[in-house]
Each structure stands twice: as C-alpha cells, then as structure tokens.
Design a protein around this ligand. Structure first.
Ligand SMILES: Nc1nc2c(c(=O)[nH]1)N[C@H]1C(S)=C(S)[C@@H](COP(=O)(O)OP(=O)(O)OC[C@H]3O[C@@H](n4cnc5c(N)ncnc54)[C@H](O)[C@@H]3O)O[C@H]1N2
Ligand code: MOO
Length: 633
C-alpha cells in the first residue's frame, strides 16, 4: 500500500538504513564506559573483560562439619574393622583445612571414643575438601565484555576480589509527546482530548530495557516548537522518541521536523502496526538517533520493541533481549495484507496436547490486545495470512506453565465468563480463563476442531425454538457435554427514557436497528422472534448493520447512531441506556464429555457450585442462576 508520504521499506532494510544513517551522522556507536561498585552493577553491561583477582576459595577448606584427618591414617577402616584415629582436628564447614591434614570426615560418621575418633570407612584424600580455586582461580576470565550483569555475576566478581567494574553507563532516552489533543495522565478530558498514555508506557519500556528515561512536557502541533523540543532533547539523550505525527495528517510533522533537525533515513516500514515510523538522526555534538513513534498505542509499543530496544542494546554493546518462543496451532483464519510484516497478538492455551493461538483484535489502537496477549506472531510480508489450524511460531509473553493452565473458551461472549475468570484467578494465580468472542456458532466449530476446551453458546434453533442442543447434534459427535451457565435477559437496548416508546420486536420496522453479526446467538434470537411474528427482516431498517459484541451494539445506541439493538441488560447498563426485555435465554457451556474430568477445568465446576459466586452473578443484573451448573446433555 504505497502512499505519497510514507514508504514501505522492509524491516531488515530499515534497520540497516538507520544504522548507516547513524554512522554517517556521527552518532556514537556505544555509550561511554564508567566504573561502578559491584553493588551497583546489576543490569549494566561489561565494557571490558573481567579477570579474577584472587582464587575462590582462596585456601583449601573444609566442605563439611566434622574432623580433619590424614587419609593414610584411615586405610583399612570398615564396618567390621574400625580404625581409631588419634591425630585429627575438629573443623566446621568453610574452615581452612589445618596444615598436615588432607581429608574431612562428616561428624555423623565419627564415633568418638576415649581413645580417639573411630571411623568405619576409609576416606580418600581430599574427601570433603574444597581445594583452593575450586570455584574461581586467580587470573581466569570471569566474564567477557558485552555481558549484561545479573545478581550471580556480581557475586562471582566480588568473590574473585573485583570490587569495581567497567561498564557502559545506562543510555538516556528522552520521550517527547506531541499533539494538541494530548493531555497529561489524570487530566479531566474534554471531548476529543486523549491521555498521554504512550509516554508512560514508552518510559517504562525504556527503563525495563535498562535505560534512564525522561518525558518532556507535551508539545503542541507546531513544527517550530517540536523542532526546538527535539533539538533540546537530543542534547541530553542517547535516543529521542518523538511520539505521534508520523503519518500523513495535516498536523503530522515528525518527518519534516526530524529532517530539519538532522536527517530522515526511513519514513515508513513494512510492518503493521508501526507502519509510518520515522527513523532518523538529529544534529548535535554528537548527533543523536531519533525514532518517530506512531501515535497509536500498539504501534508505539511494538515500534519500541522492534526499533528502539535493539538500538539501545547495541549502544550498551549487549545482545538484544530475546523472548522464548513455541509453536502453536491457529484457532482461526488469519488474513494478512501481503507486503507488510503483520505483528499479531494472540492468546494461548493447551487444548488436547497442542498449544492453540487465538488472534486478538488487530487494531493499532487496541492496547488491550497487548495487555491480554500471551504471545506475538509475525505474518511475514510475503505471506497472505494463514488458514485456521496452521502451525505458527509464537514469541512468548507469558510462561508456559501459565499457558498450560489456561482454560480456553471460544464462542459467544458473556460477562459471567469474565467474572468467573477473575474469581478463578483470585483463588489461584496460575489459573487463566481466556475467552474470545467469535459468536456461538464459531465457538461450536472451534470445539469441533479441537481448538478450545469450552464453547459458550446461546444459539436458538429457529425451527424448534430450542437452544444450542440442535446445533450440537448437527455439528458435533455424541461425546459432548453441555453445562448450563446462566439464564440471561435479552432485550432491546434503547436510548435513555426510551424516547421512541419502543415496546418490543413489533416496533422495529419504525426505528434504526443495529444488528449482531451472522452466527451470533443474539442474531438468531432476533430472526426467531421476527419469524414468529411473520416479519420480513428486510423491512427492518439497519438489519444488515453488524456489530460484534453486546457492548458495541450499546455503544451504537449511546452514540445515537441507532435507536435499538438486541442485547443483554448489562450492556445497556454499561452505557446508562434503557432496556426493553424480549426473552430469557439460556447460555450454555459446551465441551467434550471427557473434559468433564479434566483437572484443568475442575476449578470452574467448583466455582459454579459456590453460592457466593451465584450471588455475584445475579447482582450483575439480568441473570438467573436457577440452573447454573446443571448438566443438560
Ligand atoms: N492518510 C493516512 N493516514 C494514516 C496513515 C497513513 O499512512 N496515511 N497511517 C495510519 C497508521 S498505520 C498509523 S499507526 C497512524 C499514525 O499516526 P501518527 O503517528 O501520525 O499519530 P497521530 O495521527 O498524531 O495520532 C494517532 C493516534 O494516536 C493518539 N496518540 C498520539 N499521541 C498519543 C500519546 N502520547 N498517548 C496516547 N495516544 C496518543 C492520537 O490521539 C491518535 O488517536 O496514522 C494512521 N493514519
Ligand atoms: O501501521 Mo499503523 O502502525 O497500523 O497502526
């Protein structure tokens, strides 16, 4: 997708072009070295090899509490022919081995007699003796240059007599938020204003990468002011992050600003999110690398990972941080535009011995897609997406232990599942209930394909008026169990005070309706109700307008884009809207019958039995727990 403003440089080329531009502009290849006491060195990177100054242990020492003996005095000792040693010395663990002795016997193997110490086994020379230099010998290479120091490293340095280390100082990252609409965290917002969440996040990312980070005041959308802020930041920074204004809007000045303060190496990389990123340098003594970070939060976070983190590691002379990875099977089809590396956030769980990856929402503004992500996968520029079930490589953002203890629920979304997820987690920090919303039918298909443990369903069969079971019969085998989660009220979500006086389904031909997507249980309910009344769907204005969640339907009504949409009471309440009840429907959990005894799911069944949990479900409003936990198939 070429635009006149932003190019699509492949990521690897962009890295190379930026490196070349930095060298050409005279940006330092490394930050300076400093000397720090070992006690302050963890997290820093060695800038010189570390040689041991002394051996450790520095003397032969006793490895156990007991007695020091001469091994030759114990020859022939056995259970039947004990030897009594008279020449020995009592020692404790770590004591220097007294001169003249060459072995230690643990005190529990020594029988003191009036004559001396009786031994019932011969000991070899150097038994339980830690010899000089066992751990570290003087003059050996302890650590190479370019090593990021961990707690064990500094302890070993100290043991080797090294009290100060030559390391690279922490790089300084200065972050400049820009935008007329951007307000500091904690501000009361007027319409159109946005909180400066990116600075908070980027500064924390920089600190996590071992840097010092500072955020400047928010700079208005004025190229001269931004240029001045960039020049000032470049004076003190090893890397400047200039937020937003990277793309092609009227107030998007980053490329122009970087160009006037120095040079632009790349504007636009073939990665998404993060596409309009600006890679450049700012003049100064010395010159400073500048990263124009796109304003969308996911773009900002990933751009830091992709471009800032490797550069910062390079400035310290260290290897970039690497995340562990695993293979997983895609729970659903993953389309991807050709020509861009697509960074997709996924949830992970182990289902039937395979890790399953469920893609999270793709929007660059959906920060919660990163919050909820267990992993990241890249669909490379040359690949036009993947089919469901494809095996993919996933970088892990969470430990495999947690992933293995994740209950994967795919299907229709319901708040009760969220409440269950948070209650389960509160009781056991290792349990995750991850639910993703693809509609009831999509959930049953995912269950059929072995991609989830549980499918949440409230799918009405218009022919029989029966819920879920007819679809289970059609789609799934007979090794299926169905557990009732709740009954919930479905109704028309309407504006506060119901100004149009909507009384029910019969009134929909007169209003602007907002529908749910095909395959959604709520949509099937509408179709059933229409059919019962002999109403032709094509007479409902807005019947073809689709939203994917109850909340999205409520949001459309709240914003005045629609007059009514079918959904649950909780969604109406979330937006202070009115609710006209239409039907009470069961919401069921469909699973493989043998998963009823799967220990992973056991905490969920226990939870459904708890009266306090049922009370908190009913307190949500619009729910009945009369049949919660009952097996209906
Ligand atoms: N015509 C085009 N429009 C856009 C393109 C394009 O190529 N052509 N690219 C799109 C893509 S992709 C991205 S990513 C964004 C990048 O936007 P900018 O870097 O120019 O940033 P803004 O437009 O100023 O803001 C985008 C968005 O981010 C919010 N924002 C900005 N700063 C912050 C902050 N500090 N904390 C939180 N949120 C922030 C801002 O309010 C906007 O909502 O451009 C697309 N458009
Ligand atoms: O590429 Mo933009 O960076 O999708 O969000």
């Amino acid at each position: 997708m070429n635009s006149p403003f932003v190019s699509d440089v492949p990521a690897a080329e962009a890295h190379a072009a930026w490196r070349e531009a930095r060298a050409a502009a005279g940006c330092p290849a490394r930050v300076e070295t400093i000397r720090v006491p070992v006690g302050e060195a963890v997290g820093r990177v060695t800038a010189a090899p570390v040689w041991a100054q002394r051996s450790s242990p520095a003397f032969d020492s006793s490895g156990m509490d007991g007695i020091a003996v001469r091994a030759s005095d114990t020859v022939g000792a056995s259970e039947t022919t004990p030897v009594v040693v008279t020449d020995f010395e009592v020692v404790d663990t770590g004591d220097p081995l007294p001169p003249g002795y060459d072995a230690v016997v643990m005190r529990e193997h020594v029988h003191r007699t009036p004559e001396g110490a009786e031994l019932r086994a011969a000991v070899p020379p150097y038994q339980h003796v830690r010899s000089i230099g066992e751990d570290i010998s003087a003059a050996e290479l302890l650590l190479p240059e370019g090593h990021r120091l961990r707690p064990v490293d500094v302890a070993a340095c100290a043991a080797a007599g090294v009290v100060e280390l030559t390391v690279r100082r922490a790089p300084t990252v200065v972050i400049i938020p820009t935008g007329d609409e951007i307000r500091p965290i904690g501000s009361d917002l007027k319409p159109g204003e946005i909180l400066d969440t990116n600075s908070l996040m980027l500064a924390a990312q920089a600190r996590e990468a071992g840097c010092d980070a500072r955020v400047t005041d928010i700079v208005m959308d004025d190229p001269e002011t931004i240029t001045a802020a960039l020049r000032a930041a470049a004076e003190e920074a090893d890397l400047v992050l200039l937020i937003a204004g990277s793309s092609a809007g009227r107030d998007d000045y980053t490329a122009r600003v970087v160009s006037s303060a120095g040079a632009v190496a790349v504007h636009g990389v073939a990665v998404r999110p993060g596409h309009p990123v600006v890679l450049g340098t700012a003049k100064g003594d010395p010159a400073t690398p500048v990263l124009g970070v796109p304003g969308y939060p996911v773009s900002a976070a990933l751009t830091f990972d992709i471009f800032a983190a490797p550069l910062l590691a390079e400035l310290e002379g260290a290897a970039p941080r690497e995340r562990p990875s695993t293979t997983a099977r895609l729970a659903r089809k993953l389309p991807s535009a050709i020509g861009m590396d697509d960074w997709v956030r996924v949830r992970l769980g182990r289902v039937q011995d395979q890790i399953v990856a469920t893609p999270l929402p793709r929007g660059a503004g959906v920060l919660t897609s990163l919050v909820r992500a267990d992993g990241l996968l890249v669909v490379p520029a040359g690949v036009e997406g993947h089919h469901a079930g494809t095996e993919v490589r996933v970088e892990l953002l969470r430990g495999l232990n947690e992933i293995n203890r994740t209950i994967v629920a795919i299907g229709s979304h319901d708040l009760v599942l969220d409440l269950a997820a948070s209650t389960l987690r509160a009781a056991d920090p290792l349990i995750t209930l991850a639910s993703s919303n693809v509609g009831s039918l999509g959930g049953l298909v995912a269950l059929r394909d072995g991609l989830c443990h549980i499918a949440g369903s409230h799918l009405l069969d218009p022919a029989t008026g029966e819920y879920t079971l007819p679809y289970v019969d059609k789609l799934l085998g007979d090794d299926i169990a169905v557990i009732r989660l709740v009954h919930r009220d479905q109704g028309l979500i309407v504006a506060p005070g119901n100004p149009l006086g909507i009384k029910g389904i019969d009134d929909l031909a007169q209003v602007r309706y907002v529908n749910r997507q095909r395959g959604a249980g709520t949509r099937a309910l509408l179709d059933y109700e229409l059919n019962q009344r002999g109403i032709d769907p094509s007479t409902i204005p807005g019947y073809s307008r689709e939203e994917h969640t109850h909340l999205a339907v409520a949001a459309a009504v709240a914003a005045g884009r629609a007059d009514a949409g079918l959904g649950i009471l909780a969604a109406a309440r979330a937006f202070d809207l009115d609710f006209v009840p239409v039907a009470q429907e069961p919401y069921d959990l469909v699973l493989r019958a043998n998963d009823l005894s799967n220990p992973l799911l056991a905490p969920l069944w226990t939870l459904l039995d708890r009266t306090d949990f049922r009370a908190s479900v009913e307190a949500l409003g619009g729910y009945s727990c009369a049949e919660t936990g009952r097996r209906i198939r």
